[in-house]
Structures are given as structure tokens and as C-alpha cells.
Design a protein around this ligand. Structure first.
Ligand code: KMT
Ligand code: NI
Length: 181
């Protein structure tokens, strides 16, 4: 896991876009973003660690996603675009990286300074994004990531696109803004 401010220079979303300014774990904590590393060991101890983590936080369901043309099939191009469209959810977004790597971008604040923070996630990284945080996802130049998605309830979590409007009025957004302020 490595986090830094996004450079905001136009170009391929899969490139690092590293401004050279690192973001501290404390800053991510202030934004309500949690992360852990649970190394994927051959003996499989990670599975028990994930089960314990899921039990402790009440995540009852999980599935797996492989973000590649083979993994997503016909939906690939559409999915890649929608993942990178700025959005929020009313629930947590929980991802544990099983293989490959990719970027989650989160807004670095509410109201004033909203600069994107780019979080590079690799195998063994676990991230929890809080309800109501604006974020987006892209694969990196490796073009391959497999992640476990954990859910509190049913494996559905609706993305609400910021560009489509109305997202600032959602209850989850109000709660999030209060929690950060
Ligand atoms: C999401 O919600 O953006 C995704 O699930 C992306 C793939 S998970 C690495
Ligand atoms: Ni999302």
C-alpha cells in the first residue's frame, strides 16, 4: 500500500500519476479509510485472518472479481469506465487484493481541498472505504487485479455517480461529511 496525491495531469488513468507528495496513514485514517496488510501465505493462514476480520466487522458475504478482459468478458470496457467514474456508495466498500495490483483514488477532503489521493494496492492489501466517500478505481499498467469483495449484506452495492448529481444530498454523504469535519 502506498498513498500519494494524484498529479491531475491528463493522460492514461493506468499510469501512476504520482505528484511526489506522499500521504500519511494518519491522513487516510482522518478520511475514514482503513487499511491492513494480510500477506497471502502458502499455508493459508490469511484465510483465517480474513474470516476473523469479516466476523469482527459483520461482513456476511463475499465474492471475487478479476478485472481483466477474460475475467469481465463483454462488460470489460463498460466496467473499466464505470469503476473510474467518481461515485459514492451508501455502504462500505471493502476490497482484499488476492493478486495483481491497482489504484483506488479517494477525495482528500470535503468542501475545500478535495485533491485526489491515489492509493496503490497490491496483493495482500485490504482496504475499507467508508460510506459516502467519493472514490474511483482503475487497474494499473499491469492490467490485472483479482480482489475479494466483502459485503455487510447482499453482494450488491450501488454506485451513485457524482456527475449525475444528487449525491451530495444522500444521507450517507451527510454522515460522511460530519464524520470528517
Ligand atoms: C469497484 O467497486 O470499483 C471495484 O470493485 C473495482 C474492482 S475491485 C479491485
Ligand atoms: Ni465504489
Amino acid at each position: 500500500m502506498r498513498a500519494y496525491y494524484y498529479d491531475d495531469i491528463p493522460g492514461d488513468q493506468r499510469l501512476p500519476h504520482d505528484s511526489g507528495v506522499a500521504v500519511s496513514p494518519q491522513k487516510l485514517a482522518d478520511l475514514g479509510v482503513l487499511y491492513h496488510t494480510i500477506p497471502i501465505d502458502a499455508a493459508g493462514a490469511w484465510q483465517r485472518a480474513i474470516d476473523d476480520f469479516a466476523a469482527a466487522r459483520g461482513y456476511k458475504n463475499r465474492d471475487q472479481i478479476n478485472v481483466t478482459p477474460q475475467g469481465l468478458g463483454e462488460a470489460y470496457e463498460t466496467k473499466i469506465k464505470s469503476f473510474f467514474d467518481e461515485h459514492l456508495h451508501d455502504d462500505e466498500e471493502i476490497r482484499y487484493i488476492l493478486d495483481g495490483s491497482g489504484f483506488f483514488d479517494v477525495r482528500g477532503g470535503v468542501g475545500g481541498d478535495e485533491r485526489w489521493i491515489r492509493i496503490h494496492l497490491e496483493k495482500g492489501d485490504l482496504v475499507v472505504m467508508p460510506p459516502g466517500i467519493y472514490h474511483r478505481f482503475t487497474v494499473d499498467e499491469g492490467n490485472d487485479i483479482t480482489a475479494m469483495r466483502l459485503f455487510q449484506d447482499e453482494p450488491k452495492w450501488t454506485p451513485y455517480s457524482r456527475a449525475e448529481g444528487g449525491t451530495d444530498e444522500r444521507e450517507s454523504r451527510h454522515e460522511y461529511v460530519k464524520s470528517v469535519a
